[in-house]
Write a protein that binds this ligand. Structure first.
Ligand SMILES: Cc1cc2nc3c(=O)[nH]c(=O)nc-3n(C[C@H](O)[C@H](O)[C@H](O)COP(=O)(O)O)c2cc1C
Ligand code: SF4
Length: 397
């Protein structure tokens, strides 16, 4: 019997060989200037040679102001960055895999000491975790950021990427425009659903103008977050995006970086979080310890549990409202579940931690050497995104 997982599908005109996508995953393989290191080539070759049909890179910053706090985040603004990424895509293309670059602007979810720029957002509302009061973006600045996204996409195309994913989830800048909690504007970028979606739509239109209509352009949306943005909002956006020919597929995720463990679920090693997090670097050890004791109880209370396929319940409620190819992410671990999600109408699933744990997972699934991932969701790899280390599975080292 034909296994739906290993059947090809299309994003725009591009054929992808199978339906388990490597979800965007921060690599920790770039230097202080955000230029990919040589280790980035091996990092992605490992997935390509193991027949992952589509790989989505970790988030790349559109600009210095859009840079996130992770110390080895890559970017796609300079000639040097484009040159190194081209080496990565050339290597991936020796195999049958395709590779998309994820592009992101952090908005209020970063620190001034990291960007050396003003912190910007749609409205003057500080993130409860990052605690930087942002400057409200004016219309000229919004237009400039839209151009930066399109330039980043064009640079990605020049670097040999098969497509781009515009990060519109996890509380970053586009999510800040989409959420009624963080967007309290009264101009044409705030208020109604159509207005809050305008920023994302204008980015997509500009990308297609720069890169051509056939250049695959997908987005990642949160199904909801912990601060008042709900699955009903996502449903409205899916309906509006049906009319947006510039978006070729939509990945559904959850949450914001204000509660990062609710994006990924699983174990929350808070003691390590405090060790590596740049929020607490300035504090001496004893003070860090005190803060840890005070806030860890509260943080723990807000943690959502890890369930297999934890975004499925929300996603299934709204999937019929979209005419676009949909991808689902979040705690997907078993072949049987993947088949079931695909048979129920999703075009593909995306996996992150399972490919950190076993880059060869696709081959194991294909040749029936495994029917589920060995990842135990300990989240040691997640915590180390704030450290200078390359992303890898800590159970293996
Ligand atoms: C180490 C790590 C890094 C991640 N980096 C990104 C990223 O750069 N961009 C993004 O959209 N999501 C990122 N994610 C979230 C994943 O793409 C995915 O949505 C989430 O981990 C749920 O999938 P999983 O249960 O298969 O890990 C990251 C997750 C992990 C564990
Ligand atoms: S460290 Fe390994 S087992 Fe733990 S969550 Fe990451 S990939 Fe999974």
């Amino acid at each position: 019997m034909c296994n739906i997982i290993f059947t090809p599908f299309k994003i725009n005109h591009l054929t992808i060989n199978n339906r388990i996508i490597r979800a965007a995953t921060y690599e920790g393989c770039a230097d202080a200037n955000q230029v990919p290191l040589l280790s980035m080539i091996g990092f992605y070759e490992e997935l390509a040679k193991n027949e992952v049909g589509l790989i989505i890179t970790g988030f790349n910053a559109t600009s210095q102001a859009g840079r996130a706090i992770q110390p080895r985040q890559a970017s796609i603004q300079t000639t040097e960055q484009v040159k190194m990424w081209k080496k990565v895509t050339d290597r991936v293309h020796l195999y049958e895999s395709k590779i998309f670059m994820q592009i992101s602007h952090a908005g209020r979810q970063t620190l001034k000491k990291v960007t050396n720029r003003r912190i910007v957002a749609p409205s003057r509302i500080a993130s409860p975790l990052f605690r930087q009061t942002p400057t409200i973006l004016n219309k000229t600045e919004i237009k400039n950021i839209i151009t930066e996204y399109a330039t980043a996409a064009l640079n990605a195309k020049m670097a040999g990427f098969d497509g781009v994913q515009i990060h519109s989830a996890h509380g970053y800048l586009i999510h800040q425009f989409l959420s009624p909690h963080t967007n309290q504007r009264t101009d044409q970028y705030g208020g109604s659903y159509g207005n809050r979606l305008r920023f994302l739509k204008e980015i997509l239109v500009e990308i297609k103008k720069q890169c051509g209509l056939t250049f695959p352009t997908i987005i990642k949306l949160s199904l909801g977050d912990d601060f008042g943005y709900t699955v009903n909002d996502t449903r409205e956006y899916l309906c509006l995006l049906n009319e947006c020919s510039e978006v070729d597929a939509i990945e559904l995720s959850y949450g914001t970086m204000d509660r990062p463990f609710n994006i990924i679920r699983g174990n929350a090693p808070l003691d390590l979080y405090y060790r590596f997090s740049p929020f607490f670097k300035a504090y001496p050890g004893f003070l860090k310890q005190l803060i840890f004791l005070l806030v860890s109880k509260k943080l723990k209370r807000n943690l959502m549990p890890f369930n297999l396929n934890y975004n499925w319940e929300s996603a299934k409620e709204i999937q019929t409202h979209s005419t676009k190819p949909l991808f689902l992410t979040g705690g997907i671990r078993k072949v049987a579940d993947i088949r079931s999600i695909l048979e129920k109408g999703f075009t593909a699933v995306t996996l992150s931690r399972p490919f950190i744990r076993e880059p060869e997972l696709m081959l194991k699934f294909r040749y029936h050497l495994a029917d589920e991932s060995q990842c135990i969701n300990c989240n040691l790899c997640t915590i180390h995104c704030d450290s200078p280390k390359q992303t890898h599975c800590y159970l293996l080292s």
